[in-house]
Write a protein that binds this ligand. Structure first.
Ligand code: DX5
Ligand code: ZN
Length: 215
C-alpha cells in the first residue's frame, strides 16, 4: 500500500483550519497528529482541544501519535476526540498488551511505535494484535530532523516479522521523509509515509502530497 499521512505539527497553527481544508482536498490518506508531553519527549506540541477541533472539520481519518508517558490515561479521551488510529510508544508502556486491548475495546485501530534504537524483534509477541506499526526514523520530539538510514533495514525486518506472525499490521515510517527517502521506504515495504516539514514547507503542499503518492 502507498499511503501518505501529513503531520500537522509542521502546519501554520495560526491557520490550522486552512491546513486541514487543504488536506481534505489533497490526496492525503490520513491526518497525522503528534501529541507530545514534554516528559517522554523533550518537547510539548498540542493535545486534546486541538485534536477535537481538527476532527470537527477533517474529512480524513485521524492518525494520533501519542509521544506521552502512561498513555492508558488518555486513550478514552483521544477516542472520543475522533482518533481512527492510536499509536503508543513501546518505550512508554509497561503493560503494552493491556494498552493495545484498551485501544481495541474502543473499536479503533491500535498501533505501536518504536524509537530508532528499539529493535523490531521486541514486537514478536504483540505484532499479531496490531493494525499498524510505526517506525521512528528520527528521535521523536521535533519536526524537520534528518532521516536515520538504519530505518530501511528495520522496515525489511518488520515486514518479515509481520509475515511470520500472520499479522495484518501496516508499516508506517515517521521523520525526515522526502521524495528520495520515501521512494526507498516504499520499495522496502512501507505502507504509510508520515511527512511534516517536507509537505508544509513546500511551495505547493497539495502537489507535494500528490508527488509522495505517485512514488
Ligand atoms: C516527530 C514527529 C513527526 C514529525 C515529522 O517527533 O513524530 O511526526 O512531525 O516531521 P518531519 O516530517 O518534519 O520530520
Ligand atoms: Zn509522528
Amino acid at each position: 500500500m502507498k499511503l501518505v499521512a501529513p503531520s500537522i505539527l509542521a502546519a501554520d497553527f495560526n491557520h490550522l483550519g486552512n491546513a486541514i481544508e487543504m488536506l481534505n482536498n489533497s490526496e492525503a490518506d490520513l491526518i497525522h497528529c503528534d501529541i507530545m508531553d514534554g516528559v517522554f519527549v523533550p518537547n510539548i506540541s498540542f493535545g486534546l482541544p486541538i485534536v477535537q477541533h481538527v476532527f470537527q472539520i477533517a474529512r480524513k481519518p485521524l492518525d494520533v501519535h501519542l509521544m506521552i508517558i502512561d498513555p492508558d490515561r488518555y486513550i478514552d479521551d483521544y477516542c472520543k476526540a475522533g482518533a481512527t488510529i492510536i499509536t503508543v510508544h513501546y518505550e512508554a508502556c509497561t503493560h503494552l498488551h493491556r494498552t493495545i486491548q484498551l485501544i481495541k475495546e474502543h473499536g479503533i485501530q491500535a498501533s505501536v511505535c518504536l524509537n530508532p534504537h528499539t529493535p523490531v524483534a521486541l514486537l514478536s509477541d504483540i505484532v499479531q494484535y496490531l493494525d499498524m506499526v510505526l517506525l521512528m526514523s528520527v528521535n521523536p520530539g521535533f519536526g524537520g530532523q534528518k532521516f536515520i538510514d538504519n530505518t530501511y533495514r528495520k522496515v525489511g525486518q518488520l515486514k518479515n516479522l509481520i509475515i511470520q506472525n500472520h499479522s495484518k499490521a501496516l508499516i508506517e515510517v515517521d521523520g525526515g521523509v522526502n521524495l528520495q527517502v520515501g521512494e526507498k521506504l516504499y520499495q522496502e515495504g512501507t505502507d504509510i509515509l508520515v511527512a511534516g516539514s517536507f509537505v508544509f514547507s513546500s511551495e505547493n503542499p497539495m502537489e507535494t502530497i500528490a508527488a509522495l503518492k505517485r512514488l
